[in-house]
Design a binder for this molecule. Structure first.
Ligand code: ZN
Length: 400
């Protein structure tokens, strides 16, 4: 008799997600949840020596002792030499989730008990991958070689996935990433973005006695920004057939009203689905600041200056619906009797880095989380359980 992979232990799956949500773990603070995940993997057939951390944390945004966790499982039986499959998901939550106490508010909904966000983003991803592994192990059925990737610091600009040591993944050919709401929403493309910072150095002077001796950093920003707005490069950006968005995020500088502002730090971001247009937007921003700094001089002809730097970047990606990874996820989704809804989204995901930096095209599905990063976050239990079923099918490999 072939093992039944269509039903799962729902009670255990729900207990596991509640337990993982309760483990605090903002970006850079993933050690506790990683330890809990590792213990679960060892209970379910993974050898401790095959569970490793990379050294991404030496390069990521937040100082941290914890790199991405990568766990490998050999294939079994007839499928032991089939194409390796990767299941990836991120371990961190946004800081607003730290201290969350999950509450089963109704049969279909888990919410935070207090004034925090829930952290279903992305503990539902971790719990659904672990549930799939637990069920697969319990079934004793054949499966292809598997790699699990639990990334760190996704919530701070996909930092863990960016700096992933992909050589530890053992060359997976089909990949699914778990992060989001409805498991029938298959994300096959996502926008890319650059975050940047402009450090403007003006020249200080007494604003009352000798303003002419100063070169105002505020003026540099104002001139640059006005030119960008006039040219249609701020907010929703449409230049010919190219599309993107751009935003000024913060301004920090100046000391007192009676001093010509000699220092202003500006941060912002640009996003686009086109890599070349994204680069063009960045050049436009840099040029606008450089030109404005040249224009801003004091009475003796000394000018302001600007240092423009990219502080974080993630490339856009898009996958063909005919890519084998998409086919494998669509096949797995059949267990829910739901049709795939293909989506290209305007936010970044670990899949941007897996696909566009590391060359591992990854389809992203949700695991029931809604309104992430807010106190209204909740987990849709039936969607979460469906994600567990889909991931079990994906991990079990090709049929027949
Ligand atoms: Zn997430």
């Amino acid at each position: 008799m072939s093992p039944d992979l269509t039903s799962i232990n729902e009670h255990a799956a729900i207990e596991l997600v509640m337990e993982l949500i309760a483990v605090p773990g903002g970006p850079g603070d993933e050690a506790a949840v990683a330890a809990r995940i590792k213990a679960e993997l060892i209970k379910n057939g993974f050898a401790a020596r095959n569970i490793r951390h990379d050294k991404a944390n030496r390069h990521t945004r937040c100082p941290s002792p914890t790199g991405n966790m990568i766990a490998c499982l050999p294939g079994r039986g007839k499928l032991r030499n089939a194409a390796r499959r990767l299941l990836s998901t991120h371990m961190d939550t946004v800081p607003l989730c730290v201290g969350a106490v999950p509450l089963r508010k109704s049969r279909n909904r888990i919410v935070p008990a207090g004034d925090t966000a829930l952290g279903g983003d992305n503990r539902s991803g971790c719990a659904s991958v672990l549930t799939a592994i637990r069920e697969l192990h319990g079934s004793g059925c054949d499966h292809p070689p598997l790699t699990l990737l639990f990334t760190v610091q996704e919530e701070v600009g996909l930092s863990g996935a960016q700096h992933l040591d992909a050589s530890l993944l053992r060359s997976p050919q089909l990949a699914v990433n778990v992060d989001g709401g409805d498991p029938a929403d298959l994300v096959i493309g996502a926008i890319g973005g650059h975050q940047w910072q402009a450090d403007i150095d003006g020249i200080a002077a007494h604003a009352g006695c000798h303003p002419e001796n100063g070169a105002s950093a505020a003026s540099v920003f104002a001139i640059a920004h006005a030119a960008l707005v006039d040219g249609g490069w701020h907010g929703k950006v449409e230049q010919g057939r190219n599309r993107g968005t751009a935003n000024i995020g913060s301004l920090e500088g100046g000391d007192a009203t009676n001093v010509v502002m000699d220092r202003l730090e500006v941060t912002g971001e640009c996003r686009s689905h086109s890599k070349s247009f994204l680069n063009r937007m960045m050049r436009t921003y840099e040029n606008a600041f450089t030109k404005a700094a040249r224009q801003t001089k004091n009475a003796s002809g000394q000018g302001a200056s600007v240092e423009f730097k990219v502080t974080n970047t993630y490339p856009p990606f898009s996958m063909s619906k005919r890519h084998p990874a998409v086919g494998a996820v669509v096949d797995a989704l059949a267990v829910t009797r739901r049709r795939p809804n293909f989506r290209v989204i305007d936010g970044g995901l670990d899949a941007n880095c897996l696909t566009a930096i590391h060359g591992i095209p990854a389809v992203t599905i949700g695991a029931g989380d809604h309104n992430p990063h807010t106190v209204n976050e909740y987990l849709d239990v039936p969607e979460y359980l469906d994600a567990c079923r889909v991931l079990l099918q994906f991990a079990a490999g090709p049929k027949g």
